[in-house]
Write a protein that binds this ligand. Structure first.
Ligand code: ZN
Length: 87
């Protein structure tokens, strides 16, 4: 089950739980929480870095351009034990 991060919309108004970020494990089918389970203050779901990276398709993630941007080296097997460096 994925874990979502929440934080109070107005951190000064929240309780100890929602003033800091807190995590809630919930099903993807569940609606995002809108109120702190402790104090009822309005909260917002934070978009984690993990979510952002998964918005990219596998093809885009493994594109030569992205691999190079992330500092990966890509080698293509040309057969006969030879590898050609692509990025
Ligand atoms: Zn709270």
């Amino acid at each position: 089950m994925p874990t979502y991060e929440y934080q109070a919309l107005e951190p000064n108004a929240g309780c100890d739980l929602c003033r800091a970020r807190f995590e809630v494990q919930q099903s993807m089918r569940d609606d995002a929480l809108t109120a702190c389970p402790e104090c009822g203050q309005p909260i917002t779901r934070l978009i984690s870095r993990c979510d952002i990276s998964t918005q990219m398709s596998d093809k885009a993630k493994l594109s030569d351009k992205n691999l190079k941007a992330k500092g990966f080296t890509k080698l293509v097997n040309e057969g006969g034990g030879k590898f050609r460096k692509v990025t």
